[in-house]
Design a protein around this ligand. Structure first.
Ligand SMILES: [Mg+2]
Length: 299
């Protein structure tokens, strides 16, 4: 238990994108980051995945990473917190299986019905995930059949593979906006869903940490793509991870920001070392903060 007024330290929280950030863009490996992950675990600094991936994909990955922290899924649409992770169930969450769940938008069925009702005129221009087979998804992504199966189980929105031209795409995006749907262009898919983003979800969860631990928190966010900008711009420290397939997205933030010189997980490790784990005061933004961390149990 924290004693109020005594030694008000700041707890660092790491929010990280997965694809192309903690996982290598090409081979999905994270071996270059393992050493740094272990160093963070020793310091009880939580690593929170913040990704477009589904619950099914993330539950499997959490085990692979050895994480028992909460994770944010489907581009900020939902947060899964392992039951008991905090001493009290956070407000405004429901209990589902082994998790406390915070939802930020309507379920997928709502968006499927909306598409069905309003987007018939565009039916020849896109293929939705709901009508893609595992084999077809494997063809348009580099996913294995097992992982494609997990990727198809979405709960909060519908990704579309756009096949029409840009003019019809723009008309479709405007139509969706007029009926209350939000669209987000990802690497391969146009996502239709609620007005959610990785930044809003991060801020909600950071506030829960602050309340539960009775301490100040500091958010450190890592991402490689444009869909990470909302998270990076809302973070206290933004870390842009270099991508082998596109330039750094333009970022507007008043807070400190860093660009990695290495790609993916190697860049992830490089920048975390620089900001949190460096023993040299001059090269570290948060070294002092990390050293002054008391041990946070339960996390
Ligand atoms: Mg990414």
């Amino acid at each position: 238990m924290m004693i109020k007024g005594h030694d008000m330290t700041t707890k660092p929280l790491i929010f990280t994108d997965i694809d192309g950030t903690l996982l290598d863009h090409f081979d999905y490996s994270f071996s270059d980051a393992i050493e740094v992950i272990e160093a963070l675990n020793e310091r009880h600094i939580p690593i929170i995945a913040n990704t477009s991936k589904t619950f099914a994909e993330m539950e499997k990955l959490q085990q692979t990473f050895g994480f028992n922290s909460p994770f944010i899924s489907e581009n900020g649409a939902v947060i899964y917190i392992p039951i008991g992770y905090f001493s009290q169930q956070p407000q405004d969450t429901l209990t589902q299986g082994y998790y406390w769940v915070k939802e930020f938008c309507q379920p997928r069925q709502y968006w499927l019905e909306l598409l069905h009702q309003h987007a018939q005129a565009f039916n020849d221009n896109f293929i939705g995930f709901s009508s893609l087979s595992v084999e077809e998804l494997c063809e348009v992504t580099d996913l294995s059949p097992d992982n494609a199966t997990l990727a198809l189980v979405r709960h909060y929105g519908e990704p579309l593979l756009w096949q029409g031209d840009d003019v019809s795409k723009q008309a479709f995006i405007e139509l969706m906006a007029s009926v209350g749907a939000h669209t987000l262009q990802g690497g391969r898919f146009l996502h239709v869903g609620g007005d959610t983003d990785k930044g809003k979800a991060m801020q909600w969860l950071a506030a829960v940490y602050a309340e539960q631990y009775g301490t100040l928190v500091s958010t450190i966010a890592l991402g490689d793509s444009g869909n990470d900008n909302a998270m990076l711009e809302a973070a206290d420290i933004a870390i842009q991870i270099k991508s082998p397939v596109h330039p750094f997205p333009l970022l507007t933030t008043k807070n400190p920001s860093i660009k990695s010189s290495e790609y993916g997980p190697k860049g992830w490790a490089e920048c975390i070392k620089q900001t949190l784990l460096s023993s040299s005061e001059t090269s570290s933004v948060l070294a002092e903060l990390a050293v002054s961390q008391p041990s946070f149990g339960g996390a």
